[in-house]
Design a protein around this ligand. Structure first.
Ligand SMILES: [Zn+2]
Length: 634
């Protein structure tokens, strides 16, 4: 049996060899992306980064200065290449009249010169980063008002900074606040909030893994998030869009600039558009295309995306605009300056290939893990970096295609009702003869570089509850080395966060959960009540039977709790409620978030008639979710 130092040496050697093989297989000396990502830089980002008004760090690329050196053995060299490119930051001229702010946050903000002011596309994720981007635009190109804002899709990295560019800042005098029209895809409001709020706590916890939010930036930590460095740590805001685009081919003149839209809803996001600027011969593919293979489901969790529709949507853009486009821009990464048609064909084929090959293998009788092991990357991907898995990954995406078509069950009766991890762990550890024996098997697996098998067995030991610190320590090492070899920035973060939580325990960050209060208060009542109903505790609601009438901002709703189930009917009042409440949604939101008491709400104008105890019981039947639940331990 090997001792610990010896195993470390074995792991280091094997990881170095794996990463060296990547460097030998890919044309990493090709500098064309470096040229494309640097082209047009006209203003540098603020030298000392971006802070909140009271000096808290929101964003600072100096955290990534270690990327200026050679790739260490702890990073996949292909990911290192992308990490260097995603660090190129500032204000870039795309064409005369079109600019981009890049690497001020995880996404890009695009700026178009309108007749009367700046048209902004996707104002980043936080108030501070979008404001800093706009400041650089005004300082460099001359001060102009914001005349319109377009939000391409429902993901928060593209709209959380809205109030940083509308002037709607508590620190600003009221007369400076502008209210430019905000354009968004149809159904934006249906999905913008519900996608991140209904399962928000679970998703937010897994996003901590995906973006490595507890890791720190260094060669053994976060190097890149695939689409950009990662989310900025500022304040997320929201302002409601008031113009909606619903049809492909729809043409609008926005502040004198012609836009032709294409609907891309159901691809990368449930509501999304792309657009073509005929006067500039520029096509913006929003996040449907990027300089990476995207996710069909992200590791943070989301509803499954449709790879076939995704490929068809890219092909439609190619048909509609391919011949008329000189430059293609996206809402992440740098532009495509030439050969746009080829780029679009290749991006299309990333999703079509993954879709078709997964179903081919499934139809041949393979199950998800077999498909992931069997699916090869298409040959051309070794020469075209924009199709590589820096954000998505082929194996993860193949499993997503399978799940979309067939669900989580793979057809084998043993998986109809699998054991939960703690029970399975206890049985496996017993079967191999105890925790020490399991550790010995795992050590042999590490010697043979069978890291996934070692991780599987060691995780069983951890979940068995056995007092086996050696198993934990080994699993930390295995997770780290799986992370060091990952080409996908977010998969690397997932492994390294797992390793950190196993080694150090969970150390909560001073941050709130996934709920953006501005956004939650804009939910349709049906969605707001349904999101609250997922907190109903069946033990605390057992035997209760209550009916509450609400009037919320004038809209009636009736909430019932019976049979340990909560149901809200909107635009309806029941005949004999236990209590009736007249209130505004932001106040109700403040009560359930613990930021206001019922008495404070009444003092501020809410009214309650009927049985107040029943209303109080209703609030008390709901769970409060802890963001920092366990993942790698029982
Ligand atoms: Zn994005």
């Amino acid at each position: 049996m090997s001792d610990k130092n010896n195993l470390q040496e074995i792991l280091n050697k094997a990881t170095a060899a794996a990463n060296k093989a990547v460097a030998e297989r890919l044309p990493l000396n090709d500098k064309s992306d470096l040229e494309a990502a640097s082209r047009g830089l006209i203003a540098q980002p603020p030298a000392d980064g971006i802070q909140t008004a009271n000096g808290r760090k929101v964003w600072n690329l100096a955290d990534y200065d270690f990327l200026d050196g050679d790739c260490p053995h702890t990073v996949n060299p292909s990911l290192w290449r992308l990490a260097q490119l995603n660090k190129i930051s500032g204000l870039f001229e795309v064409a005369d009249g079109v600019w981009q702010i890049r690497a001020f946050d995880i996404a890009n903000m695009t700026i178009i010169r309108g007749e009367t002011g700046w048209i902004l596309i996707d104002p980043l994720m936080t108030r501070q980063t979008s404001a800093a981007g706009l400041k650089l635009v005004n300082e460099t190109l001359g001060h102009r008002p914001v005349s319109a804002i377009l939000v391409t899709h429902t993901h928060p990295d593209h709209f959380g900074g809205l109030k940083g560019v509308t002037g709607d800042d508590p620190a600003e005098p009221a007369d400076r606040v502008s209210h430019p029209p905000i354009y968004a895809p149809a159904d934006f409001m249906t999905y913008a909030a519900s996608e991140t709020i209904m399962g928000g706590n679970h998703m937010a916890r897994r996003a901590i893994y995906q973006f490595g939010l507890t890791l720190g930036t260094h060669p053994e930590g976060v190097v890149d998030g695939g689409l950009g460095k990662g989310p900025a740590k500022g304040n997320r805001t929201f302002a409601e869009p008031n113009h909606f685009i619903g049809e492909t081919g729809e043409e609008r003149a926005i502040d004198g600039v012609r836009f032709i839209f294409q609907m891309a809803s159901g691809t990368e996001a449930p509501a999304e558009f792309t657009f073509y600027l005929p006067d500039y011969r520029i096509l913006c593919m929003a996040e449907v295309c990027t300089q990476t293979m995207h996710n069909l489901v992200p590791p943070r969790g989301a509803q499954l995306r449709d790879a076939r529709l995704w490929a068809r949507t890219i092909d439609e853009a190619l048909t509609l605009f391919g011949d008329k486009t000189d430059i293609l821009i996206n809402c992440h990464h740098w532009p495509v300056w030439d050969n746009v048609r080829t780029y679009l064909e290749e991006q299309r084929d990333v999703y079509k290939y993954t879709h078709d090959q997964t179903l081919r293998l499934a139809n041949l009788g393979h199950t998800p893990h077999e498909i992931a092991a069997a699916i090869d990357e298409p040959d051309w991907l070794s020469e075209k970096f924009h199709g590589r898995g820096y954000y998505g990954s082929l194996t993860f995406n193949a499993r997503a295609v399978y799940t979309k078509y067939f669900g989580f069950y793979d057809g084998n009766p043993v998986n109809v009702n699998p054991l939960p991890p703690e029970q399975l762990g206890r049985h496996v550890v017993d079967a191999v003869g105890g925790a020490d024996a399991a550790v010995a098997v795992a050590q042999t697996a590490i010697e043979k570089d069978e890291l996934q098998w070692a991780a599987t067995l060691l995780s069983h030991v951890v979940f068995s509850g056995a007092d086996a610190p050696q198993a934990r320590e080994l699993l930390v090492d295995v997770f780290r080395h799986l992370g060091y070899r990952e080409e996908s920035g977010i998969m690397r973060n997932v492994y390294l966060t797992g390793a950190k939580e196993l080694a150090d325990g969970i150390n909560p960050l001073p941050m709130t959960g996934g709920r953006n209060a501005d956004l939650a208060a804009t939910l349709p009542l049906k969605d707001w009540f349904d999101a609250f109903a997922v907190r109903l505790n069946p033990d605390r609601s057992r035997g209760h039977n209550l009916m509450l009438n609400f009037s919320i901002d004038g809209q009636p709703a009736c909430v019932s709790v019976a049979r340990q189930t909560e149901f809200a009917r909107i635009d309806f009042q029941c005949a004999s409620p236990d209590a009736t409440v007249t209130i505004q949604l932001p106040v109700l939101e403040a009560i359930i978030s613990g930021n206001q008491t019922l008495e404070e709400a009444e003092a501020a104008g809410a009214t309650i008639t009927g049985d107040r105890d029943k209303l109080r019981q209703w609030f008390d039947m709901h769970d409060t979710f802890n963001l920092w639940f366990n993942i790698v331990t029982p």
